[in-house]
Design a protein around this ligand. Sequence first.
Ligand code: MSP
Length: 509
Amino acid sequence: MQRFYITTPIYYVTDAPHVGTAYCTVNADAMARWHRLRGDETLFLTGTDEHGQKVADTAAKNNLSPQEWTDRTSARFVEAWKLLNISNDDFIRTTEERHTKSVQSFLSTIYDNGFIYKGTYVGPYCVDCEDYYTAENLLDGNCPVHGRPVIEMEEENWFFRLSAFQDRLLAHFESHPDFTTPETKRNEALSFIRSGLRDISITRTSISWGVPVPWDDRHVFYVWYDALINYLTAIGYGTEKDEMAQWWPHSHHLIGKEIIRFHSVWWPAMCMAAGIEPPHHVQVHGWLLVGGQKLSKSMGNDGPVRLGEIAPATLVDEFGVDAVRYYLLRNTALGSDGEFSIESVTARYNTDLANMLGNLVARVCAVVNTKCASVGPAPSPDSELLQFAHVTIDEVSSAWENFEPHIALEKTWTLIGAANAHLENFAPWKMEPGEAIDRVMGDALEAIRIISVLITPAMPDTADEIRRRIGLGAVTAQGDWNTLRTATYPGGLAVQKGEPLFPRIRSAA
Ligand code: MSP
């Protein structure tokens, strides 16, 4: 048993959740579910990032106070994640009292340790990124991420001595080769460190929507500086509910590729400055693109897609929650960018879910109904199908372990393909009731039992429904994962037919 603490980035409340932010959250959820299934002690955190210039500006544009705006928008994230069956153990909001306490305590420690000093910042700043740039980083004078004009910032601020950590960070990357994965993203972080680290301005006097600096009440902390600390707030850093010893540094931060520098450079340096270990692992994912562009809230509705049409609620309405989860996990390799389209969701739905998984379960239940008097037979000990299933269990297990959900699902679907081929091959619907058909159906039911466990992290409701149809209870770590290889479908259970799990959808074209 391990301890597994997984986090998503906390989402800006500048607008509603969309399929891009759902992508990250569903991936983190599947990892958390996988680790719970393995019996690991698991903590899964997500939440909302509610301070900063951008949020204050958005609230003002909507004629609301920042607090009213954040209350309203944060609730939309809670609602969207509920709809997507996200199993987070905690939901953090950076405007909560517990967060203010942790941030102030953490940064006071860094201050006391001598890594914060007063200076003046002059340079370009992108409000959309809430990030500073140098003139060389800009693309045609614009922000390299958003392609929009930057503002010229000049402020007397408190600075974090990031430059003091260059060598220690390089040593950490050296001694922890898996600190940031995949490797291409690790190299990106490394080359940023090697290019020379500059100290960072970490406070603001120009806005008041932030966590107050405890040693200088004219300043609030820069939003990124308060945001990163959320990972510690949730485990009670600096408060009476301190669970640091239990959960730190077992953390895995799942993040998008544009925020590597904050998580793989700033954050470990901040931890070092505060005298705690850096996080265990930063897992980077790519972007969902629409028409080649990053799908984002600032894309608005005049781009290649209307955001409302691909809001999580609309997709769940159209395809069902587990199909949306499956698509997000299966269609894009974690770490790469992926093009999102309704056509590709429809295609995967019809091919992988309706034709392969849905059809397998429907055929097996129907044949057991008509040829085995609705009682599921037990499998034979060493069938070819089951030997293949056992190889698949190992492959799927190591793919989940390595943060490769798309491979875990690809391998699971190879087993679903093999189970369908097993049926085609024996054509039990043409056989007479008797021992031979019992063997064929017992093996198919055993494959379905194994498949139901393997799909649990991705499609928890479907897994339980499939099991209900073949007479088994919901998946548990103790009863199912631990005995996945040793136990078998017991036989003698009532098998029921049901509505199609994934009725085919006609494509729009
Ligand atoms: N608030 C910061 C994170 C602070 S974490 C201490 C932030 N918020 S964000 O809302 O802009 O983005 C949050 C995450 O959502 C990022 O990891 C980002 O990559 C991800 N995504 C936003 N749009 C996305 C896609 N189109 N595709 C995939 N991920 C997407 O940055």
